[in-house]
Ligand binder design. Structure first.
Ligand SMILES: Cc1ncc(COP(=O)(O)O)c(C=O)c1O
Ligand SMILES: N[C@@H](CCOP(=O)(O)O)C(=O)O
Length: 540
């Protein structure tokens, strides 16, 4: 235990640094409220804690397990134990399953971790219910005894390819001292996702449809955070997985599903398992990397991308490039493998929430890889952190200026391959897998989950069927009617209305509130400013 500048006691895993070297020693509260570091980097704990007692967590309930894990990253001095427990209880009480994230046996040694039992029917609820409560907790503490303009009013801006948006809205609707602005790419989210977001009638929630891609929305959010004036005047908060608390809350279900497997099969605690993760912004699989580094026996984390395969190409080549090498792909609106390729390079696929060209959390993994590379030289920790920050900043600069970087050093790539494997899954294969599992076991997979399951089958072929595979099911199939119906219409006994939750019936008939905006961060800033002013006036 040490004491930081604010006199709080903490371990090294309870204080935070920026991946680009600009900050260190920050508290958890600062990191949650700031979202993104001032140097443009992402926050990480100084070190990943080793969970020496992890095996004793086997029979804990989901909230009890969450409390154990989160406590390793949050100093009791910042959030007292009883407050943290209460916040966790509240966050998971909104889930439809008592288990929160149940594990389902698909066949042989393949299991599906259902992460969609929260209010918005995607895995994002597992972290965003908690983040909504965290924001509320920190704001209530900051604003105690304050009135009017004295109060800290948080402006949450988020970019979504469909799921983060509705989960954030469910986590923050109606919360005091919070304005929410969610940016989605116009016309590139599923009709249900769009309706889930835009039919929210709470006054503090606003939807902006950006004429661009998800990456454009994410760039706008990062531009707002990087602008000191906007950041200071609007007091921005992040709901995307750039916010470290998102990654933190997602670590829990890796441990929980591991223990579920031990409870419901002859799998022994201590045995190795593989996790397969449908991947876009790299937040979910990064949480798995944290779990592995904390001590969970994870043989490999398998990254499953759709045809937007920048990550898969990195694991194959060591290059991280927005565009494929010359000749590898026809760009500019032509068709490749039957899929439209836009001039911006993002393909519209049947798993639209993963139509992402630049995975923002990959930066966090790069920091660990660069840190490990520096540490091999045998200098002190200050040197290692400085080297890692400089290396990450240089790679990210090349990504911005040249559209890519690499190949990275051989040792860096080897170290990435030690923990991860990767697979690219086409739309045709996605549809085939949805159809095959319906035929075999009568289970309806959503297309993102089907990307993961396809990758899992390939991984089982490589690793052997004795290693259990837990494939993450990231969304409820009803959110993606187009792909599911394409795969299953005409199959005996299939009726889409049977998988449709009551909340989604006639959702599209409700009144919608959405503003279309150009792909221009200054235009977005003006809209958000007007919205905050309106709300502050209404509240005063
Ligand atoms: C349904 C679904 N699956 C998978 C992903 C990919 O998760 P991540 O961005 O954490 O890699 C997303 C969103 O990103 C999603 O919405
Ligand atoms: N698929 C996501 C994209 C945003 O990812 P995040 O995890 O960084 O919030 C979405 O559905 O919005």
């Amino acid at each position: 235990m040490a004491t930081n500048g604010a006199g709080k006691t903490h371990t090294e895993s309870q204080v935070y640094l920026s991946t680009r070297g600009g900050d260190q020693g920050l508290s958890f509260e600062t990191v949650v409220l700031k979202g993104l570091a001032a140097d443009g980097g992402l926050f990480l704990p100084h070190e990943i804690p080793r969970a020496t007692e992890w095996q004793s967590w086997k029979d804990l309930s989901y909230p009890e397990l969450a409390f154990q894990i989160l406590s390793l990253y949050i100093s009791r001095d910042e959030i007292p134990a009883d407050d943290l427990k209460a916040m966790i209880e509240r966050s998971y009480s909104t889930f439809r399953s008592k288990e929160v994230t149940p594990l389902v046996h698909l066949n042989d040694n393949l299991y599906l971790l259902e992460l969609f039992h929260g209010p918005s029917y995607s895995f994002k609820d597992c972290a965003l219910q908690f983040l909504g409560n965290l924001f509320e907790y920190f704001l209530a503490r900051k604003n105690e005894g304050k009135e009017g303009k004295e109060r800290h009013h948080l402006t949450v801006v988020g970019a979504t390819s469909g799921d983060t948006g509705s989960a954030a809205i469910h986590g923050l609707r109606g919360k005091k001292d919070v304005t929410v602005a969610i940016l989605h790419p116009k016309g590139r989210v599923s009709p249900i996702q769009e309706a889930q977001m835009t039919t929210c009638s709470d006054a503090n929630v606003n939807n902006l449809a950006v004429k661009g891609t998800f990456d454009d929305c994410q760039d706008i959010v990062k531009a707002l955070f990087s602008d000191p004036e906007t950041n200071a005047s609007l007091k921005l908060g992040a709901v995307n997985s750039i916010n470290f608390s998102r990654i933190l809350a997602q670590i829990v279900y890796y441990f929980y599903s591991y223990f579920s497997l031990a409870r419901q099969s002859d799998f022994q605690v201590g045995d190795q398992v593989r996790f397969v993760v449908p991947t876009g912004n790299f937040g979910d699989v990064l949480a798995g990397y944290f779990a592995k580094r904390m001590g969970l026996p994870v043989d490999k984390l398998v990254i499953a991308t759709n045809e937007n395969d920048i990550l898969d190409r990195f694991w194959k080549s060591g290059r991280y490039e927005k565009h494929k090498a010359q000749g590898a792909e026809a760009e500019g609106g032509l068709e490749v493998d039957g899929v439209k390729a836009h001039e911006d390079g993002v393909k519209e696929t049947l798993s639209p929430a993963m139509d992402i060209l630049v995975s923002s959390n990959f930066e966090r993994l790069l920091w660990f890889l660069a840190h490990e590379f520096a540490a091999a030289v045998g200098m002190d920790e200050e040197f290692n952190r400085k080297q890692a920050g400089q290396e990450v900043a240089a790679w990210l600069k090349d990504l911005k200026v040249k559209g890519g970087f690499g190949p990275v050093y051989k040792d860096v790539l080897e170290s990435a391959r030690k923990s991860f494997e990767s697979e690219r899954v086409s739309d045709a294969q996605t549809i085939e897998t949805i159809g095959a599992f319906y035929d075999k076991v009568g289970y309806v997979l959503d297309p993102h989950t089907a990307v993961g399951v396809t990758a899992a089958l390939r991984s089982i072929d490589r690793a052997g069927s004795e290693v259990p595979h837990i494939s993450l099911s990231t969304a409820h199939p009803a959110k993606f009617a187009g792909a599911v119906e394409l795969a299953l219409n005409g199959k005996e006994g299939f009726d889409f209305s049977k998988v449709l939750p009551q909340e989604f019936v006639e959702l599209d008939k409700k009144e919608k509130r959405v503003t279309t905006v150009e792909n221009d961060w200054k235009a977005v800033r003006e809209l958000v400013k007007q919205q905050v002013e309106r709300e502050l006036q209404a509240g005063s």
